[in-house]
Design a protein around this ligand. Structure first.
Ligand code: GDP
Length: 310
């Protein structure tokens, strides 16, 4: 329901364009396929992934000799779901009683390092995640590792107060790895279930960033040898090709294990989720669909595809 609402713009955009692509046509021919290609590209699915999808449909048309335009929705949905399946293996069941925000029980504290450029919704995502874990009775510690922006530290503290979880912070311009160290230390000593570390997203100084993230990892490992258990890259879904570029750059500076794609409520181009997931082979774990504390969802590919086509 919230997902449908969050994706409203994308859905309207995609569906009405798709409708126009097939109007007055009964078969999926070259002309229709060209139009579908345009629809996908203009929804920010990305050229590479679009080409892949079109090729799969062409193959099906060639094999079955005929495809009616009334079937196109179903076929597109299947092909997109298949692409997403390749990288999002955790959520196939869609069982209603499944707890999407459950933490692995064998890793305590579970350490999440959050990366991404400024303005993408990193702090907000951390706050929303903290709220979800806290709501489930989990003990949460936050680390204000973006020591380069006073606003980032203040924002995180606000979220900490709001959710009711401690935030470890040091002075401005101090070493972010010292914050990470203290946060993981506190989490370990107090038996916390999860620690979420914010980091500075200064992508323009790539070598510095690479060293900084490596150092953060190193110091955490003094307490938790296999930390971080998750490196979560936050991308702004409304920035289209910029999100692709950021994913390219960040996967070069650190090993990214999961994606959070934000601001999908504010864009008609939610197709970015499909393209990024396909091209980077990294699971989309969370999606942001609003500014409020509950506007973070775990990514379920079937729900996502369904609300795209509803
Ligand atoms: P940071 O610089 O990456 O830490 O970004 P912030 O967390 O401060 O977020 C930047 C702005 O984006 C804030 O105004 C947030 O409220 C807003 N924001 C974050 N996530 C979402 C989302 O999913 N949807 C919408 N509409 N706004 C969001």
């Amino acid at each position: 329901e919230t997902l449908d609402k969050g994706l409203e713009k994308t859905k309207d955009n995609f569906f009405s364009k798709l409708g126009r692509a097939v109007v007055g046509k009964s078969t999926v021919d070259e002309e229709v396929l060209d139009e579908v290609e345009n629809v996908l590209v203009s929804s920010d699915v990305g050229v590479e992934t679009t080409v892949k999808i079109i090729k799969r449909i062409e193959e099906r048309v060639a094999r079955d000799k005929y495809m009616g335009t009334d079937e196109l929705d179903r076929i597109l949905r299947e092909e997109i779901a298949a692409l997403l399946s390749d990288n999002n293996t955790t959520d196939v069941t869609g069982a209603p009683d499944r707890d999407d925000f459950a933490l692995p029980t064998d890793k305590k504290p579970y350490v999440i390092m959050v990366v991404g450029v400024n303005g993408v919704g990193k702090t907000t995502t951390i706050g929303k995640l903290a709220a979800q874990f806290h709501k489930r009775g989990k003990k949460v510690v936050l680390g204000a590792g973006d020591t380069f922006r006073a606003a980032a530290v203040d924002q995180l503290k606000l979220w900490g107060d709001r959710v009711g979880v401690p935030v470890i912070s040091h002075g401005m311009n101090t070493d972010p790895s010292a914050v990470a160290y203290d946060a993981v230390k506190k989490a370990t000593e107090t038996g916390a279930d999860v620690v979420i570390i914010d980091t500075a997203g200064r992508l323009h100084t790539k070598v510095n960033l690479m060293n900084e993230l490596a150092k953060i990892k190193r110091v955490m490992q003094k307490f938790t040898p296999d930390a971080p258990h998750e490196v979560l890259l936050v991308l702004d879904g409304s920035t289209g090709q910029n999100a692709f570029i950021q994913a390219t750059e960040f996967t070069k500076v650190t090993e990214v294990t999961a994606l959070a794609i934000t601001k999908l409520d504010g864009t008609a181009k939610g197709g970015v989720v499909i393209g990024i997931s396909d091209q980077f082979k990294i699971p989309v774990k969370y999606i942001g669909v609003g500014e409020k504390i509950d506007d973070l969802q775990t990514f379920n590919k079937m729900e996502f595809v369904d609300s795209f086509f509803k």
